[in-house]
Design a protein around this ligand. Structure first.
Ligand SMILES: Cc1cc2nc3c(=O)[nH]c(=O)nc-3n(C[C@H](O)[C@H](O)[C@H](O)COP(=O)(O)O)c2cc1C
Length: 320
């Protein structure tokens, strides 16, 4: 059974971005579910063997904290026996197991994984049945609409539901689109009419108004937010407020900066790459006054301390 989600707005999995510190911050700011970045089933199985010898667990490889719950782990890869093994390894730690059929990156699609699987219903069926049989935790799916045209998600969704997948997220773009053009929300509406399991709509939500419009126009049960959440993690709080009351509090740059300092505190507890932390700082400060100059200064930092100093200067400028 799916857990009870505390909000209808979820944080999207984003490679290099949805790290444990950002996930925790977004949960604290009202996200109903957070999802790890896509993780290779090959890497999970190989790492687990190494870590076992050192008497450590897989959570030394895939870091997360209890406060993130409900938290989902996203898997990719299509080797059936490794898939079952990897799912069993991560099952004790995560509330849901999500399967990736959306990644358009060539190094993933060339392994017949990610969005490439949308063209392979036979293998997809085996993957879903293998996963659902391997674990007791709910298995969910995140996919794109198709490869060149939005013509694959309908069949994939039906196979998923028949195999016991419990929730489907649709990023309403094709593989070929990458992140260009617009997400076609009418496809989310079509998906909702095809399955009984909950549907999560995803693509191009930037504001609380967008989130509500997606829900109203498509009938989706939940919404998932990626890029806009890394610029404004308060978006979850704002969406929750807007869905409940029809209004929401605007967020100041000062509030955003103080949330980013919290992110930095959390980030120091995990073995994150500094380049990724710096990228988060770039995302957080997008659109702030003097942001061009600020981004240059952020780009020159090499440590968390240096980054904090640059942001402290900005903080003092705002408060003055
Ligand atoms: C930098 C980046 C990394 C991403 N990594 C993943 C991933 O690991 N797994 C996944 O299913 N989708 C991934 N996505 C896609 C997002 O989850 C989401 O579907 C997409 O960004 C559309 O939502 P948005 O318009 O709210 O950003 C990624 C997107 C971005 C921008």
């Amino acid at each position: 059974m799916l857990p009870l989600f505390p909000s209808k707005a979820f944080l999207a999995p984003m490679a290099g971005i949805s790290d444990p510190a950002l996930r925790l911050l977004c949960r604290e700011l009202g996200a109903g579910l957070v999802v790890t970045e896509l993780t290779s089933i090959h890497a999970i199985v190989a790492k687990e063997e190494q870590l076992k010898k050192l008497q450590k667990s897989i959570t030394d490889f895939i870091a997360f904290s209890e406060q993130e719950r409900p938290v989902s782990i996203q898997l990719f890869g299509s080797d059936l026996s490794l898939l079952a093994k990897a799912a069993k390894i991560v099952e004790p730690y995560f509330d849901l197991i999500d399967y990736n059929m959306g990644c358009p990156a060539p190094h993933i699609t060339c392994q017949m994984a990610g969005a490439a699987l949308l063209q392979n219903p036979e293998l997809t069926e085996k993957i879903f049945s293998t996963l659902v049989k391997a674990v007791k935790k709910p298995v969910t799916l995140k996919m794109r609409a198709g490869v060149d045209k939005p013509t694959c998600f309908q069949q994939t969704a039906q196979i998923a539901e028949q195999c016991g997948i419990q929730m489907i997220t649709l990023h309403a773009r094709t593989l070929k689109q990458g992140y260009s053009g617009h997400a076609d929300w009418s496809l989310i509406k079509e998906l909702k009419s095809l399955v009984k399991i909950p549907v999560v709509g995803n693509g191009d939500i930037q504001t609380p108004e967008d989130a509500k419009r997606m829900m109203d126009e498509t009938g989706c049960d939940y919404v998932m937010i990626g890029r806009a959440a890394c610029q404004n993690p308060f978006l979850f709080q704002q969406i929750n407020e807007y869905l409940a009351k029809g209004t929401y509090q605007p967020i100041t740059l000062e509030q955003k900066l103080s949330a980013f300092f919290r992110y930095l505190e959390y980030a120091q507890q995990y073995p994150l790459k500094f380049a990724n932390i710096r990228l988060q700082a770039m995302n957080f400060t997008k659109g702030s006054p003097g942001s061009k100059e600020l981004r240059l200064r952020i780009g020159q930092t090499r440590t968390i301390e240096e980054l904090k100093n640059v942001l402290d200067v900005l903080n003092r400028e705002i408060v003055a």
